[in-house]
Write a protein that binds this ligand. Structure first.
Ligand code: NAD
Length: 506
């Protein structure tokens, strides 16, 4: 055991002790709330599947209470000046930074994500608040649209209390990416975090309160998707649902929200290609391909889970790739040397292992991994896995595995690369590597996905649109796109003089 792992374990022990005895409550109307049902569920640590704590299991009653609190707070928060919202959101960012170590340690313990990535994720969370804080004053801005004898102008108004439903991969960061723009726009929030990773959501709610948000502006209700999640999407007072999760859940939410005409924003699954042409900078392409699937335990919507390699370089590239993958270090998430930690939950672990069997049955070659990891028998540890000889019609090339599993598919030419790249139901992201500028643009335009990176790993720029096509989502996050979702655009038309008014009944 390294000194740093030891040090992290010592720091995490009191945090663990603090949560062990009590039931993790909701946070409603500015204070912790145990809920009225007395129901709970267990939260496990992926490291050894031991119990971390019990969590209050919200039902329709708790969602109703939180929605009422959000509705009451909306009356004030929507009127708070841009300057006030800016100041409070910056304070939230400051407080996130001051607690970033605690956030990162708890996130690792709760999700199995590694400390090397969770420290950066906590910092990015603060950045999300700062980014939208600085735009809070502009959120209502619109357009001037002069017409003959009239001036039309638009302005934007916050839509109302909104529901935010988040998944378990990097849960803290993802929830800030959704909640910060909602608050900056003047909306109030009911957050339902994933039941497999509930710990850090409480910290965010507490921080919001401490930073000066009005009570009820940021509410948190824990619970299962089919209970608290359903109730939130069906609640009359909730005007919109911002959802990040699986495509199948997105479909359900759309149906659940239909009777109350919910506005929905979906960030869903992906099966993203990374396409490597013969003329690429192969060293950098290799680094990026490895990083984009094996970072964050492969539990990443934008992971490059399909590697398309041009035939002429295929064998050499795959040989180098396999050597790198065999060398990836699986271990304790709090060990800074660890590159892949345990998967979130035994059910997900079994799902990912199931794909190892599917791959073998489909005739793919296991070039690395392909089984549970020898690191520890207690937790949900899988080896970094590489399948070669994959065809696009195999399930491992079509379905989102959401683990550290890469499928390699060879291609002959640009046309075939695009065809295979697009031959999935998803369309979140695509990555391509080539030195041919014209080809780079042709392929980028031909790939049916919301985001394309050329000669780049997934480097995010917060004003740029984030989101997918096909089964990967509806709508875009980032910059003004986020405000468009959380706000209603109002057009105001004023006559500049006398214009013709048809006179009926004169
Ligand atoms: P999930 O859909 O199972 O759950 C996500 C959330 O939805 C959880 O909070 C869950 O409790 C809730 N939920 C489940 N059923 C519900 C229902 N009927 N009504 C309302 N809420 C319900 O997803 P997951 O397994 O937690 O997360 C992994 C998925 O998230 C992957 O598919 C991944 O690609 C996707 N994801 C997408 C992005 C993106 O930006 N596109 C980012 C991260 C993760």
């Amino acid at each position: 055991m390294t000194d740093i792992l030891n040090d992290h374990l010592k720091k995490v022990a009191p945090l663990r002790e603090r949560i062990r005895g009590d039931t993790l409550p909701h946070f409603i109307g500015g204070e912790p709330d145990p809920g009225s049902s007395g129901l709970t569920f267990e939260n496990l640590s992926p490291v050894d599947n031991s119990k971390l704590c019990d969590v209050a299991r919200g039902q329709a009653a708790e969602i109703g209470k939180a929605a009422s609190a959000a509705e009451a707070a909306f009356a004030d928060w929507r009127r708070a000046s841009g300057k006030t919202r800016r100041q409070i959101l910056h304070r939230i960012a400051d407080l996130i930074l001051s607690r970033r170590e605690e956030i990162a340690l708890l996130e690792c313990l709760d999700t199995g994500q590694t400390i090397r990535f969770m420290k950066a994720a906590a910092e990015r969370s603060a950045e999300n608040y700062r980014f939208f804080a600085d735009r809070a004053s502009e959120a209502a801005d619109g357009l001037a649209l002069p017409a003959e004898a009239h001036l039309n102008y638009t302005t934007r108004l916050p839509i109302g209390p909104v529901g935010v439903i988040t998944p378990w991969n990097t849960p803290f960061m993802l929830s800030t990416w959704k909640i910060a723009p909602a608050l900056a726009a003047g909306c109030t929030v009911v957050h339902k975090p994933a039941e497999w990773s509930p710990l850090t959501a409480m910290i965010l709610a507490e921080i919001g309160q401490e930073a000066g948000l009005p009570a009820g502006a940021h509410n948190l209700v824990h619970g299962l998707g089919e209970e608290a999640g359903v109730a939130l999407t069906e609640h009359e007072a909730i005007k919109a649902i911002a959802f990040v999760g699986e495509s199948a859940t997105g479909s359900k939410i759309m149906a659940q929200g239909a009777p109350t005409l919910k506005r929905v924003h979906f960030e869903l699954g992906g099966k993203n290609p990374v396409i490597v042409f013969e003329d690429a900078d192969l060293d950098r392409a290799l680094d990026a391909a490895v990083f984009m699937i094996y970072s964050l335990n492969g539990e990443r919507c934008t992971s490059s889970s399909r590697l398309l390699v041009q035939r002429g370089i295929h064998d050499d590239f795959v040989e180098r790739l396999a050597a790198r993958v065999r060398n990836i270090r699986v271990g304790h998430p709090l060990d800074p040397r660890t590159e892949i930690g345990p998967l979130i939950h035994p059910a997900h672990f079994e799902k990912v292992l199931g794909y190892m069997d599917v791959a073998k049955a489909e005739g793919a070659t296991v070039a690395a991994g392909g089984a549970r990891s020898a690191y520890s028998g207690d937790g949900n540890f899988v080896s970094a896995t590489l399948f070669t000889g994959v065809r696009t019609d195999m399930r491992i090339a079509q379905e989102e595995i959401f683990g550290p599993v890469l499928s390699v598919i060879p291609f002959e030419d640009e046309e075939e690369a695009v065809r295979i790249g697009n031959d999935v139901r998803y369309g979140l992201a695509g990555y391509l590597w080539t030195r041919d500028v014209a080809r780079a643009h042709r392929v980028a335009q031909a790939l049916d996905a919301g985001m394309i990176w050329i000669n780049s790993q997934n480097v995010r720029h917060l004003p740029s649109p984030f989101g997918g096509t096909k089964a990967s989502g509806i709508g875009r996050d980032g910059g003004d796109y986020s405000f468009d979702f959380y706000m209603e655009t109002k057009n105001i038309c004023v006559a500049l003089g006398d214009h013709g008014i048809p006179r009926l009944g004169a």
